[in-house]
Ligand binder design. Structure first.
Ligand code: AP5
Ligand code: MG
Ligand code: ZN
Length: 220
């Protein structure tokens, strides 16, 4: 199975991806997480991506397409993949189709989680992420059992450097201009499903899981 999870910054892609990947035994592939670890490790890719990410802009298509192409060819992707944060431009979506064609794979479902702008701002500025396993929390909406400590790996929680009010506003703008047009791109194919993300984490999860359960049956 290959599933794409779309949505604006803060919609809950990462939060849902963690749960969906576990439930459906898919590998969670997040370009945001891959890029953040490249920045942390100061790799060539990280050095190139850093400035774009810090100002809330998209990293150039050719860099992101190259890492996804390499990642999807890895053997651990054979069991099924959940893509989080990719594609984000029409150019990336077209490149993905080419990559999947070459691997004889196809997209089974595109899930778009949508949430209004004001709520996104609240979610992102209160988000905390685990340094160890990248699990996502929120100081109010989804707090860890112990303050600042990850429930899963006991890692320390931190605030992403792009989660400041100004950078979040820029990211939301970039989303409207560059990523929102992708909705129409996928709506034309009959694999698109929109989910109202302004509900509880559990309610959103239930809807996505039910939809994927159906697509899985259809696909078989
Ligand atoms: P990326 O890491 O992908 O960030 P993003 O798309 O901006 O999305 P977020 O991770 O911020 O939000 P999310 O939807 O995952 O929400 P989350 O589950 O954490 O990308 C970062 C940067 O990398 C980009 O700006 C760009 O520079 C670069 N990049 C990445 N991919 C790229 C690509 N393909 N092309 C070019 N550049 C790329 O939830 C948010 C908060 O809300 C959390 O605190 C969570 O606990 C809480 N929450 C979640 N669900 C709910 C709910 N239902 N109710 C209440 N609270 C909730
Ligand atoms: Mg995320
Ligand atoms: Zn952790």
């Amino acid at each position: 199975m290959l599933v794409i999870l779309m949505g604006p910054p803060g919609a809950g892609k990462g939060t849902q991806a963690e749960r969906i990947a576990r439930e459906f035994d898919l590998l969670h592939v997040s370009t945001g997480d891959m890029l953040r670890s490249a920045v942390k490790d100061k790799t060539t890719l990280g050095e190139k991506a850093k400035a774009y990410m810090e100002r809330g802009a998209l990293v150039p298509d050719e860099l992101v397409i190259a890492i996804i192409k390499e990642r999807l060819a890895d053997t651990d992707c054979a069991g099924g993949v959940l893509l989080d944060g990719f594609p984000r431009t029409v150019e990336q979506a077209e490149a993905l189709e080419q990559v999947l064609d070459d691997l004889s794979l196809k997209i089974d479902a595109v899930i778009n989680v949508d949430v209004a702008k004001d709520e996104l701002l609240n979610r992102l500025t209160g988000r905390r992420v685990c340094r160890g396993c990248a699990s996502t929390y929120h100081i109010k909406f989804n707090p860890p059992r112990v303050r600042n400590i990850c429930d899963h790996c006991s890692g320390e929680l931190y605030q992403r450097s792009d989660d400041t009010v100004d950078t979040v506003k820029e990211r939301l703008d970039v989303y409207s201009k560059q990523t929102h047009p992708l909705i129409e791109y996928y709506q034309r194919k009959n694999i698109y499903h929109a989910v109202d993300g302004a509900r509880s984490i559990e309610a959103v999860f239930e809807e996505i899981a039910a939809y994927l359960e159906k697509s899985k049956i259809k696909g078989n």
